[in-house]
Write a protein that binds this ligand. Sequence first.
Ligand SMILES: Nc1ncnc2c1ncn2[C@@H]1O[C@H](COP(=O)(O)OP(=O)(O)OP(=O)(O)O)[C@@H](O)[C@H]1O
Ligand SMILES: [Mg+2]
Length: 101
Amino acid sequence: MSVILDVENMVKTFRARGQEAHAVDDVSFQVREGTTFGLVGESGSGKSTVARCALRLITPTSGTSRIDGEDLASLTRRQLREKRRAFGIVFQNPVAALNPG
Ligand SMILES: Nc1ncnc2c1ncn2[C@@H]1O[C@H](COP(=O)(O)OP(=O)(O)OP(=O)(O)O)[C@@H](O)[C@H]1O
Ligand SMILES: [Mg+2]
C-alpha cells in the first residue's frame, strides 16, 4: 500500500525565556494508506508536537512532511489551508472530542 504520510528527520526546538526545549529530535516514520499508526511515549516526550509539525499546524525547526507525496513546506498558506480540509486532528481529551455513546 502507498505511503500516505511520510515524516522525515523532524526536529522542533522551542525557545522560551532563554531556555531551549528539544521537543522533537530527528523523528522519521511513514504511515501507509489504510493502516493505523500508533506513536507511544510518556507525557512530554513530544507526541503532540510531532503531530502538529507533521500537519504543519506549527513550523518545524527542520525536517519534512509529505502527504500523498507532497511536501507541505512547498505549499502556500492558502494551499495548506485547502489541504487541511482533507486531514483531521482530534486533540486530547477524547471524551470531549468523540461521542462516547
Ligand atoms: N508551545 C510550546 N512552547 C514551549 N514548549 C513546548 C510547547 N509545546 C510543547 N512544548 C514542550 O515540548 C515537549 C513535548 O511536548 P508534547 O506536548 O509534544 O508532549 P506529548 O508527548 O504530547 O505529551 P502528553 O502525553 O502529555 O500529551 C514538552 O517538554 C513540552 O513542555
Ligand atoms: Mg500530547
